[in-house]
Write a protein that binds this ligand. Structure first.
Ligand SMILES: [Zn+2]
Ligand SMILES: [Zn+2]
Length: 216
């Protein structure tokens, strides 16, 4: 055990014990306080709320490969009824924390010619024997936040006329806006409008009497 003191930063992980032996592994299971400003348009991870990490650290030739999941609490507003929404999201992480260009023995870093498709990995710098998970967590969580959160899948939302919560009052309606009344109104209007016969007789003669002027 060489935990001289707890990491001052909860997202910084000491990887010394992996000892740069390719294949060495360790597990990180801890609950850390969520960082501030983890917010998207529709939702937020409250600062200081529980962020559960379940990660595997694996020593590889290029550095330390971190994979696993992070689970965060999400607070949002239902996009339909504006009620508060409490949710949880779990994101998957796969990050390569790379050694500097040369490793401890002065070798050049191995080209990514074997195994892992290095191009598919997010690569981040390894700071000595420490890696900082926060930027990776932040990136993964922000894009996973729901854009249009709902309090429940079938949330009926709000009445477009008065803003009442339709979930509380499913039969809610407004008589004066009943589309059937609107249809009746339109019908009665068309009935009272004077109707002219079309296509019968000589309509141009009867409209403004200009017929005779043009001839004479
Ligand atoms: Zn809702
Ligand atoms: Zn209403």
């Amino acid at each position: 055990m060489h935990d001289h003191r707890p990491d001052t930063h909860p997202f910084v992980i000491d990887v010394r014990e992996l000892g740069r032996r390719a294949g060495a592994m360790s597990r990180v299971e801890r609950t850390v306080p969520a960082p501030a400003d983890l917010t998207s348009m529709g939702a937020t991870v409250p600062a200081g709320s529980d962020l559960e990490l379940d990660l595997r650290l694996e020593s590889v030739i290029e550095g330390v490969l971190v994979s696993g999941t992070a689970t965060a609490q999400v607070r949002a507003e239902c996009s339909r009824c504006l009620d508060p929404v409490h949710d949880e999201i779990t994101v998957e992480l796969t990050e390569l924390y790379a050694y500097p260009e040369t490793d401890a023995r002065g070798r050049l870093r191995a080209a990514p010619d074997d195994g892992q498709a290095a191009a598919d990995l997010d690569e981040r710098p390894l700071d000595g024997d420490r890696l900082d998970l926060e930027p990776a967590l932040r990136d993964a969580l922000v894009v996973a936040l729901p854009l249009a959160p709902v309090c429940r899948d079938d949330c009926p939302g709000l009445c477009p006329q008065c803003g009442a919560r339709l979930a509380d009052d499913p039969d809610h309606r407004h008589e004066q806006y009943d589309p059937r009344w609107a249809a009746l109104g339109a019908l009665s209007e068309s009935l009272t409008e004077p109707t002219r016969p079309t296509g019968s007789g000589r309509p141009s003669e009867t409209i403004n009497g200009s017929h005779e002027k043009e001839e004479g």
